[in-house]
Write a protein that binds this ligand. Structure first.
Ligand SMILES: C[S@@+](CC[C@H](N)C(=O)[O-])C[C@H]1O[C@@H](n2cnc3c(N)ncnc32)[C@H](O)[C@@H]1O
Length: 298
């Protein structure tokens, strides 16, 4: 076998040389603080091959030439490397658990300290996760329909996904996990789909952030961090760094919610207690290394 890693079918084989891959990684690291080595190799190879083939090219060498000639391709590559599948109330049992057990606790805390609830949806993609959270908070208490009482920070690196999230328009087939009552209450019919009502939208602030970038420190004093279906694409060391960022962003007693196939890494087990093993919900414990300030500045 040659030094080149080869991917794709025989008819549309894409040559991805080790040196060329290192050059691309160095470029993305320099320009966007996004080294390819942060992500699992098989995932990168697959997404990169698909992007190269879609442009009618057959090697990473050719693609690097194209990147030199057309700088706008870099942004398209980043969007192509990140997988943006999402849905409302994805894994409904997780959201049901949050609504029954977690939101009431956060509600009690915010009542006790008269503080605004702050939540971070990290890797929010096209916005369904952040809007689903906004809905369960609004259903728990009328007071959360006010942006001075609830703020959801929703971040992603993918600009196209963020534009769709901000627009808040979803086709009918995307509305499957929402009840008729929820659709009537939180959406307005619009053409072949539905638009998120402005009141719900005002609770969510979408921001472009590369959460892996060392210059991005996350937030402070959050009540909840939800990061689902992103860690699975990352290498182990990068997962650990990101989980530490989440830990520092939470107040003591704040909740961390991961995807169904994602785990807290061993080194952080002492900083969190399990709330639900099956739903991957954890609470930052008083033994955590960073204290995390409640209601801190951001
Ligand atoms: C599969 S989606 C998950 C969406 C949502 N959390 C869910 O579970 O339905 C993963 C998201 O992570 C985002 N992502 C990947 N790497 C990122 C990075 N370095 N910084 C910010 N977002 C990133 C992708 O753009 C994508 O939208």
């Amino acid at each position: 076998m040659s030094k080149d890693a080869r991917t794709g079918s025989q008819s549309a084989r894409v040559e991805i040389g080790v040196e060329q891959l290192a050059r691309l990684s160095e470029r993305l690291s320099r320009e966007h603080a996004l080294p390819l080595s942060s992500y699992r190799n098989n995932c990168i190879q697959r997404r990169l091959s698909t992007r190269i083939r879609s442009l009618g090219l057959y090697s990473l060498d050719q693609y690097l030439d194209l990147l030199d000639a057309d700088p706008s391709e870099e942004k398209k590559l980043i969007d192509a490397l990140t997988i943006s599948v999402s849905s409302f109330f994805r894994d409904p049992e997780t959201f049901s658990f949050l609504a029954r057990k977690v939101v009431p606790e956060i509600l009690a805390w915010s009542g006790k300290y008269d503080s605004r609830v702050n939540v971070w949806s990290a890797g929010c993609s096209t916005g369904e996760e952040a809007y689903s959270l906004a809905i369960i908070f609004c259903e728990a208490s009328e007071e959360f329909r006010n942006k001075n009482r609830l703020r959801i920070w929703a971040t992603d690196i993918d600009e196209e996904a963020l534009a769709l999230a901000r627009e808040g328009f979803y086709r009918k087939d995307k509305m499957t996990n929402l009840s008729t009552a929820q659709i009537e209450r939180y959406f307005i019919t619009s053409g072949k789909g539905f638009k998120v009502r402005p009141e719900l939208k005002s609770l969510v602030e979408f921001r472009k952030e590369n959460i892996l970038a060392p210059v991005f420190n996350g937030f402070e004093g959050l009540d909840m961090v939800i990061c689902r279906n992103l860690l699975i694409y990352l290498e182990k060391n990068e997962q650990m760094r990101l989980l530490e960022k989440f830990e520092r962003s939470l107040r003591q007693g704040g909740f961390l919610v991961l995807g169904k196939t994602e785990f807290l890494r061993e080194q952080l087990r002492g900083s969190f207690e399990h709330i639900s093993l099956s739903e991957r919900i954890y609470r930052k414990s008083s033994r955590a290394l960073s204290a995390g300030r409640a209601g801190g500045k951001r």
